[in-house]
Design a protein around this ligand. Structure first.
Ligand code: PPE
Length: 305
């Protein structure tokens, strides 16, 4: 993956990629006081490019800042326009977009209410997050020994940079043990989400995903819940246990980066008899048609560049 492009948006200006730098005493570098988004822009079937659910992503970006108490210094429309501009000026047909807001240079120490909030928007080409093979044939997941955040320890509905140290620990642990992705349990031992994805299981064609209590409210998760219900599947948002995951007929992850990735194995146990199973395949195909602009009923989810 190359992160190099021509231009990055920084506090309202387009700056050359090489010049988008910060000082080493930047608050967020020391304390994780940033919040970010991950958005995808797709090359559509008709030759145009479309950003998937731009409004919802920017709304969550703004919510993240509100939750943390250092709100975005730009309006929703300004950020949306800047994202489209970054894609255009860099000549990207298809890309991953990373908006980040962070506390900058000023006071050191935990209480830094007057430090400036900076905002950047970068974009780069990013293929299948868990590999093309993973999208096609499923990946091997392992339950991490690290527990997901408690709702009163971290603000789980805010995509806070500091929250991700928990994800990095879990992901690194399972990758070093030879697996592809880490599943994390909540503080009561129920399945929560993966290091950077939400999780779904299917049994007897009934689709189940974890409730929003301690997880990131995934926009891909919401898209899959909507698509599945529209297709007539029964979908429930209920807590489930690790053994229920082991005995599911099918399981998959959702995320902007991971899109819809089937889970082939959990903790060395094969999930179901085929991977991807029929429901996962159906939802995955529908999702890919939607993001490519091939489903007119969901054209509202695309912002044309
Ligand atoms: N949970 C977590 C913890 C998470 O980070 C993500 C996105 C999701 C669920 C799915 O949310 P959504 O993208 O809205 O469907 N993870 C982002 C970061 C990945 C990274 O490695 O960086 C992403 O997919 O963009």
């Amino acid at each position: 993956m190359s992160l190099k492009t021509k231009t990055i948006w920084l506090d309202g200006e387009m700056v050359p990629w090489e010049d988008a730098k910060v000082h080493v005493l930047t608050h967020a570098l020391h304390y994780g006081t940033g919040y970010f988004e991950g958005i995808r822009c797709y090359a559509l079937a008709d030759g145009r490019s479309g950003v998937f659910r731009l409004g919802e992503h920017v709304r969550r970006f703004s919510d993240s800042g509100r939750i943390l108490g250092f709100p975005l210094p730009f309006a929703q429309e300004q950020i949306e326009r800047a994202i489209v501009d970054v894609i255009r000026v860099n000549g990207l047909k298809e890309c991953y977009i990373r908006p980040l807001a962070f506390l900058g240079l000023g006071e050191m120490g935990l209480y830094a209410p007057t430090n400036p909030v900076h905002v950047i928007i970068a974009a780069w080409s990013w293929g299948a997050y868990l590999g093309e093979e993973g999208i096609k044939h499923g990946i091997r997941a392992k339950v991490s020994s690290y527990t997901r955040h408690h709702v009163n320890v971290m603000m789980t509905k805010s995509k806070v940079s500091g929250n991700y140290v928990n994800s990095v620990l879990a992901k690194t642990e399972v990758k070093k043990a030879g697996y592809d992705e880490a599943i994390m349990l909540d503080t009561e031992g129920y399945v929560a989400e993966a290091s950077g994805e939400n999780i779904f299981i299917i049994r007897e064609r009934r689709v189940k995903t974890t409730p929003l209590t301690s997880i990131l409210p995934g926009i891909t998760r919401d898209s899959i819940v909507t698509l599945a219900r529209d297709k007539g599947y029964e979908v429930v948002e209920e807590r489930f246990t690790r053994d229920e995951l082991y005995t599911a007929d099918e399981a998959f992850f959702t995320g902007t980066a991971a899109e819809v990735t089937p889970i082939r194995e959990v903790d060395d146990r094969k999930i179901g008899s085929v991977c991807p199973g029929p429901v996962t395949s159906d939802l995955q195909q529908t999702f890919f048609a939607v993001i490519k602009g091939k489903e007119r009923a969901y054209a509202r989810w695309l912002t044309y560049v």
